[in-house]
Write a protein that binds this ligand. Structure first.
Ligand SMILES: Cc1cc2nc3c(=O)[nH]c(=O)nc-3n(C[C@H](O)[C@H](O)[C@H](O)COP(=O)(O)OP(=O)(O)OC[C@H]3O[C@@H](n4cnc5c(N)ncnc54)[C@H](O)[C@@H]3O)c2cc1C
Length: 223
């Protein structure tokens, strides 16, 4: 594991592996002229900028990242819509009996009448308390039903159907640098749901620890 960043109370993003660097992008592009360099020069950074700005994106697909992600199902459902240049493998409730682990909201937000996507500000304290009680009751009932179904002899693959969207799941996500930038642009944006934004931020923070990536991402995320 290269870096671990906690995205939520019980979730996490771990950067497991990285293949390539800004130099890999440059050499993938320079091969068309039969050229190769050993270290990055200012001309190479200008080349990266030119390539990205002009949508010559294939060299950016030679850098690969692998993450381990622990997140609630409703976040992973949004995240897994990102398919191109990505590989996903997730724990299976057909084979594994799930722990009683559900996502816990840090704060409850009000519904917004006039915004299609998203929510309004935080709920008033009393309303938030009431929401928490309703939520806890529902989660507890789901896990109880799950246990009862298993005890009654139902197979795991069917018993899991009563579990909530807030169930914590875990997976490996591998993606190219190109796919990563696409994900970050969409999921750091304020239109994205706050919960997946927290994960996108954790992904960004972990990639920023990799040599060369802060400058490369500042180019890719600004255009
Ligand atoms: C704020 C927000 C709200 C959303 N709301 C919804 C929703 O209500 N319902 C819902 O179902 N999804 C929703 N999505 C998911 C969204 O539609 C995308 O599926 C998701 O963001 C992944 O992006 P993508 O399709 O570009 O990624 P990928 O599938 O990884 O594709 C990456 C890129 O590859 C190219 N590409 C992919 N497939 C093709 C193709 N067949 N032909 C040509 N080019 C292709 C496109 O350029 C695409 O941008 C939402 C996303 C966001 C960010």
């Amino acid at each position: 594991m290269i870096y671990q960043r906690i995205a939520t109370q019980s979730g996490s993003v771990q950067l497991i592996d990285v293949m390539g660097s800004p130099l890999s992008v440059v050499n993938s592009a320079r091969v068309s002229m039969g050229k190769q360099v050993d270290q990055m020069s200012e001309a190479d950074w200008r080349l990266l900028d030119y390539l990205w700005s002009n949508e010559h994106t294939s060299p950016f697909r030679h850098v690969q990242f692998q993450f381990h992600v622990k997140a609630p199902v409703f976040v992973l459902r949004q995240w897994m819509k990102h398919q191109i240049g990505c590989a996903w493998n997730e724990i299976s409730g057909r084979y594994v009996q799930f722990d009683h682990e559900a996502w816990e909201p840090q704060e409850w937000r009000e519904g917004a009448e006039h915004i299609k996507q998203g929510s309004a500000g935080p709920m008033a304290e009393d309303d938030a308390l009431r929401a928490q009680i309703i939520y806890d009751r529902a989660i507890e009932a789901s896990f109880k039903a799950y246990e009862e179904l298993l005890s009654a002899g139902v197979c795991k693959e069917q018993a899991r159907a009563c579990l909530p969207l807030s169930l914590m799941s875990e997976c490996y996500w591998s993606c190219s640098l190109h796919a990563l930038v696409h994900f970050l642009k969409l999921r750091l944006h304020h239109h994205a749901q706050a919960e997946i934004r927290a994960y996108a931020r954790a992904v960004l923070d972990s990639v920023l620890t990799v040599e060369g990536m802060p400058r490369l991402l500042s180019i890719a995320l600004s255009t």
